[in-house]
Design a protein around this ligand. Structure first.
Ligand code: WQD
Length: 338
């Protein structure tokens, strides 16, 4: 079986991608340092795919450990790199943690890949690089705005590091700019495991519906949008995971037309916070307690993807709806709290 390194493979998107890699006939080798994930995710993946994936607890900030791993795994056909810190607020308070963890690790992996005759690299990027884009829906050639947080800056710098490296190495890369990943595997064996109080909307909603949180605070209803609340493109994590497999196959089949290709991964539909709440109430059959409060520092008004390039060039399209995503998130929340 073709072996693929998945860094951060016990994380939210990483674990779902390990499942889809298996479904496509690949064997994933997971590296994770468990700083923002749980070893129990390995059992969840095993329950879905019927075998325990190869896993090594490695902190990619240790250059020697990265070198040793690649020396022991010379048969990798590709690397999908998720491992990174991703809390916007935390990155403002602790920028050096983010620059070390998100960038040093990327450099160490690229240094190893640059030694390989032909390397295939998929990078987990984010729509956050666009900041508040001028035009909706957002295309890949929309300008990259000055980052609003050290987290966002690490994604921008990461893309630049990959682009500069591609010019002088045999590394072929695809940058995947995610919009807002939500939901969980339909089996409810894996899903999102936020640390502490959820920063993101959907896990906060499901925890509120479970009674773990008193009510949801809606951060602002004075945005220039139809209902005043901010708009995002919520994409089911399983659709997102499948896009990584398609991207890897594109590189393996040498279909890429550039050394570095970029794709927006979203549904192409924007949903406001109130629309997400209404959709959740519909799928859960529960009223969601919420209050409107002030805007959250650093939030943008609207972001949703133009999916033409992903659909026509990458050959991938999100299939699951907002309601299906929310229903899967709710099923997962009930499973882990049940
Ligand atoms: C969505 C909307 C909030 C919580 C972040 C990162 C981005 C990516 C996805 C990593 C916004 C509102 C939220 C709450 C609320 N992460 N909200 N009450 O901020 O769009 O994107 O997560 O790659 O890089 O920036 O996602 O889920 O935090 O917020 O009203 O308790 O929900 O204001 O409008 P966001 P989010």
């Amino acid at each position: 079986m073709k072996k693929v390194l998945v860094t951060g493979g016990l994380g939210f998107i990483g674990s779902h991608t390990v499942v889809e890699l298996h479904n496509a006939g690949f064997e994933a080798v997971i590296i994770d340092n468990l700083s923002n994930s749980s070893i129990s995710v390995l059992d969840g993946i095993e329950k879905i795919i019927g075998k325990k994936p190869l896993f090594e607890k490695i902190d990619l900030r240790e250059k020697a450990a990265v070198q040793q791993f690649f020396a022991q795994h010379k048969d990798l056909v590709g690397v999908i790199h998720f491992a990174a810190s991703k809390a916007v607020g935390e990155s403002v308070e602790n920028p050096l943690l983010y620059y070390e963890n998100n960038l040093n690790t990327l450099v160490y992996i690229l240094q190893e890949l640059s030694q390989i005759p032909e390397a295939n690299f998929i990078f987990s990027s984010s729509c956050t690089v666009y900041g508040q884009a001028e035009k909706m829906p957002i295309t890949e050639d929309a300008s990259v705005q000055p980052a609003m947080s050290p987290y966002g800056n690490t994604k921008q710098i990461g893309e630049e590091i990959i682009t500069d490296t591609a010019k002088v190495t045999n590394i072929n890369s695809i940058l995947l700019r995610y919009f807002n990943p939500i939901g969980a595997h339909p089996s409810a064996e894996i899903g999102e495991l936020p640390n502490g109080v959820p920063q993101n909307l959907v896990p906060f909603i499901t925890q509120t519906a479970m009674g773990l949180r008193q009510q949801l605070s809606v951060y602002g209803n004075d945005y220039p949008t139809p209902d005043g609340t901010a708009i995002r493109d919520y994409i089911h994590v399983v659709d997102l995971a499948k896009a990584h497999v398609v991207a890897l196959q594109r590189l393996l089949n040498k279909q890429n037309t550039e050394k570095v290709e970029t794709f927006n991964l979203g549904t192409g539909t924007g949903s406001s916070v109130l629309e997400v709440i209404q959709a959740f109430e519909k799928v859960s059959g529960q009223k969601l307690p919420y209050q409107i409060v002030g805007r959250r520092e650093g939030d943008i008004t609207s972001a949703y993807a133009n999916t033409d390039k992903a659909n026509t060039v990458l050959g991938w399209k999100a299939e699951l709806t907002l309601e299906e995503s929310l229903a899967s998130a709710w099923k997962w929340e009930q499973k882990i709290r049940g």
